[in-house]
Design a protein around this ligand. Structure first.
Ligand code: NAD
Length: 467
């Protein structure tokens, strides 16, 4: 097989790079690929390069790596471009959130009904949208046959934006659907059939049965009667698939919400820390409370710091399998050194495309009729079998109640956010805020906009200037 060029933009990402490279090492038929790493943070990307080379040698893989400085250099001649970059980083998210909070918007203005995930901003992420479009247009110009794989958030708005504004081949990926396994374990079922569908971070369990076709929803219903919600004790802020919120959303909408969907509920569960604790459990109140998010960012910081330490140790001759910290990062290390795949879909997807090996994925692609009752011009998250460049999408039936009461309002918010961004129209943001339950007066909206949007625009301009 001809050697591939696979580019990773935002290659210093704490969450993704090492998992992606570890996965790549486990596909022998992709081992003659060249991986091009690009990041604006030189230290982080150089650390990834050192560790990537070491990881490849650990797995006896022939993969080669290089660092480049520009988006054009990543894209030129690439077969696949994976975007894991977060423009502005966690610092920018914190800044816009804190300005929102100063003006009375708990957890920032991007926190809206059905969109509470704290690194999934859509009203203030004009820098991130600009970066998505810049990468896509560079692909369109220099490598029109390349695939753009979107890992960076917001995947829903990002996939919709790029797929409606450019003609490139694009798929967005998220790992949220694996939470189905939590439900199966809860029921004590080992082998089962499942299907999810909806929009990213708004997916619903549309099929759930035993291998011989017995519906497992019945079993869920039986158990739901017996649950004592006061006993729910999450092991970490993200442990919410069996939280009172998930069951309450199930009762409300009639299908089980899966993965990050449980975080994307309504204000009923998010009004303040107390409310969040009641629904998502003590002590954090879920991943998106001030406590839960602090926990997460501390974990990420630890991964970045430890990667820095590991890179130095490897440079000084320590072998990657001898690195130990005695901290939770050891688990992360174990994961990338294990023979198992990470669960991220990017590399298995690339394998299915290039080696024509059929495999099932959960993909984000423009709807265009794939799920009825959902607008054609937005990205849906849907199960598909991919083989070569052919996608066989599964028929996905989502009840009207979920469509009308959850998906349609979420889709409207995404469309409005993208409209405001594309037209750079801050007035449209004010209009959204006038309908926000936290707004007490138009003066509050105006003051917020006056302080926040010059910062949003300044950050966007920085990305516009990036090459
Ligand atoms: P991070 O800040 O640790 O990493 C992002 C990297 O992007 C950093 O190394 C940063 O230097 C780089 N970067 C920032 N601006 C850049 C630019 N203009 N050009 C090139 N590189 C740039 O963030 P993270 O926590 O690893 O998250 C990365 C992204 O992945 C976020 O958008 C996050 O929301 C998303 N995410 C997605 C999923 C999923 O399943 N799809 C899961 C978790 C996180």
């Amino acid at each position: 097989m001809a050697g591939l060029k696979i580019g990773i933009i935002g290659a210093g990402s704490a969450v993704f790079s090492m998992k992606i490279i570890s996965d790549l090492c486990k596909f022998p038929n992709l081992s003659d690929s060249h991986v091009v790493l690009m990041d604006i943070d030189r230290v982080r990307v150089e650390n990834v390069l050192i560790l990537a080379k070491e990881l490849a040698s650990y797995f006896n893989s022939k993969l080669t790596f290089s660092i480049v400085d520009t988006i054009k250099e990543v894209v030129d001649g690439a077969d696949f471009v994976i975007n894991t970059a977060m423009a502005g980083g966690h610092g920018y998210l914190d800044l816009v959130r804190s300005i929102g909070e100063k003006h009375g918007y708990y957890r920032g203005i991007d926190a809206q009904n059905y969109n509470f995930v704290s690194d999934y901003l859509n009203l203030t992420n004009w820098n991130q949208f600009t970066l998505f479009l810049k990468i896509a247009r560079t692909i369109e110009k220099y490598s029109p046959n390349a695939w753009y794989l979107q890992a960076a958030n917001p995947v829903f708005e990002g996939t919709t934006l790029v797929s409606t504004q450019t003609g490139i081949k694009m798929v967005g990926f998220c790992h949220g659907h694996y939470a189905v396994e939590i439900l199966a374990n809860y029921l004590g079922v080992k082998e089962y059939e499942w299907q999810v569908g909806g929009v990213n971070h708004g997916i619903w369990l549309t099929k759930f049965s035993t291998k011989d076709g017995k519906d497992l929803y019945g079993k869920l219903n039986e158990l739901s009667e017996k649950i004592n919600f006061d006993e729910f004790k999450p092991t970490n802020p993200f442990d919410d698939q069996l939280s009172p919120v998930a069951w309450d959303m199930y009762k409300m909408y009639g299908l089980f919400p899966i993965g990050d969907t449980v975080r994307n509920s309504t204000w009923k569960y998010h009004r303040n820390l107390q409310t969040k604790i009641k629904w998502y459990g003590s002590p954090w109140g879920g991943a998106d409370s001030e406590l839960g998010w602090k926990w997460y960012v501390e974990q990420l910081t630890q991964v970045v710091n430890v990667m820095d330490m590991f890179a130095k140790m490897v440079k000084n001759g320590t072998k990657i399998d001898k690195l130990r910290t005695g901290t939770p990062v050891d688990d992360y290390l174990k994961e990338i050194l294990s023979d198992k795949l990470s669960g991220e879909q990017h590399i298995p997807f690339i394998n299915s495309i290039v080696s024509k090996t059929p495999a099932r994925f959960v993909v984000n692609v423009l709807n265009n009729g794939k799920i009825t009752n959902i607008d054609n011009d937005v990205a849906v998250e849907i199960c598909a079998t991919v083989c070569g460049e052919e996608f066989k999408f599964e028929e996905t039936l989502i009840p009207k109640r979920v469509v009308n009461w959850y998906l349609k309002p979420r889709i409207l918010l995404a469309k409005q956010a993208l409209d405001a961004f594309l037209n750079k129209d801050v007035k449209l943001i004010s209009d959204i805020l006038e309908r926000d339950p936290r707004t007490q007066s138009s003066e509050q909206v105006e003051k917020l906009i006056t302080e926040l949007y010059p910062i949003v625009i300044k950050n966007m301009k920085q990305i516009e200037e990036q090459v």
